[in-house]
Design a protein around this ligand. Structure first.
Ligand code: M6R
Length: 366
């Protein structure tokens, strides 16, 4: 059932070219201009007129929500708030009938997310769900929704569900942006063409497995890790750190790279591996300075860069080269090496990768 893989998590990481493709199949055909999601069709006008979109989720799904915040604000120019479901529901949030709430959940059974939905519903908001499990409680509690087609995710650490969520959210952001006229036709075209190339590029990222194993062997005994990223790669830094914590029990923190100087920089010494996502995008030059700051304090730099980059590699201890893509789609690629890194470190430390201690696949308690 693990299809020849040692763990479900590894199998699921390697399934991503397929699960991303399945999550866009029928919803987008780049060269025919086809961009449509049945779940959203009836609600397109409502989305286009929304004054605000609130995203509620937990854990990895919350990270996908952060990526969506950047995408929706960028393409559709609608203000987005991303909330931990557990915080949202207990703080008397301001919700009106004009709001759209997007709930993201792989399992569709997360108690906090479900409760946040019920609260938003009671205030008259429209609830849109993004779930992976068909017929799950959250899928049933929402007014409308779109499924991620990742297939069953067994490993407790979420991998293919995350990239499927980001894929679906990208399509939604494009659909709303198109409807509102805030996403230029040529830019939309380019994005669609680029999105279609993502599964093949994920495949290329997966080929880095052996190289990542070498890096894992080098740092498997570290007691702390820092993950840094900016812009679209900031949620990826959080996700990379969460993956490592969950399955290897190494303390890890994800930070927006520029925030490092406001505190976490004090942690950096020669013992500290710092994973920096430094792909070629609008914040690249800034990230270069952040890497210099880490180097100056003797931190060990493991950098995820765009193929062909020469600046960061001259400063890093280890370099992981991933294919080029639009910065809007980069999380779908940059998260892959981080998933593999945490997986290999956990295996080398003898951890139970698929069922880490203290964790369950779906958190059905508050
Ligand atoms: O099923 P959900 O997406 O609602 O689950 C949310 C979180 O519990 C989940 O993402 C958790 O953080 C994972 N174990 C992360 O790998």
């Amino acid at each position: 059932e693990k299809g020849g893989y040692e763990h479900f998590m590894l199998k699921e990481i390697f399934e991503q070219p397929r699960s991303i493709l399945d999550s866009m199949r029928g919803r987008m055909i780049a060269d025919s201009d086809h961009l449509m999601m049945s779940g959203i069709r009836e609600y397109e006008n409502k989305f286009a007129k929304a004054k605000r979109i609130i995203i509620v989720a937990c854990g990895t799904s919350w990270h996908a929500g952060l990526v969506a915040e950047y995408l929706i604000e960028d393409f559709a120019r609608i203000p987005v708030e991303v909330e931990y479901a557990s915080e949202f529901r207990y703080r008397n949030p301001i919700i009106t009938e004009k709001d759209i709430v997007i709930a993201i959940s792989q399992s569709g059974e997360t108690a906090d997310t479900l409760a946040a939905i019920e609260l938003a519903k009671s205030k008259g908001a429209t609830i849109f769900g993004i779930c992976n499990v068909v017929g799950s409680s959250i899928a049933r509690a929402t007014d409308a929704g779109a499924y991620t087609h990742a297939g069953p995710e067994i490993g407790v650490a979420s991998t293919k569900a995350f990239t499927a969520q980001v894929t679906v959210l990208t399509l939604i952001a494009m659909i709303i942006g198109k409807k509102r006229g805030t996403l230029e036709e040529t830019k939309l075209r380019q994005l669609m063409v680029e999105l279609e190339t993502i599964p093949a590029k994920v495949e290329q990222c997966l080929q880095l497995d052996d190289q990542i194993k070498t890096i894992a062997a080098k740092y498997k005994d570290a007691t702390n890790f820092i993950y840094l990223g900016r812009g679209y790669n900031y949620p990826v830094a959080l996700e990379g750190a969460l993956k490592l914590k969950e399955i290897s029990y190494i303390h890890a923190e994800g930070y927006p790279a520029a925030e490092m100087k406001h505190g976490p920089i004090a942690l950096i010494d020669e013992q500290m591996p710092v994973v920096v996502i430094a792909t070629k995008d609008s914040s690249y030059e800034k990230v270069v300075s952040n890497v210099q700051e880490v180097r100056a304090r003797k931190g060990k730099v493991i950098a995820v860069v765009t193929e062909g980059d020469t600046t960061i590699p001259s400063m890093a201890d280890y370099v992981i080269e991933i294919p080029e893509t639009s910065e809007h789609l980069m999380p779908l690629l940059s998260v892959i090496p981080l998933q593999l890194l945490s997986y290999h470190i956990a295996v080398m430390r003898g951890c139970n990768v698929d069922q880490p201690r203290n964790l369950a696949k779906s958190v059905t308690v508050e």
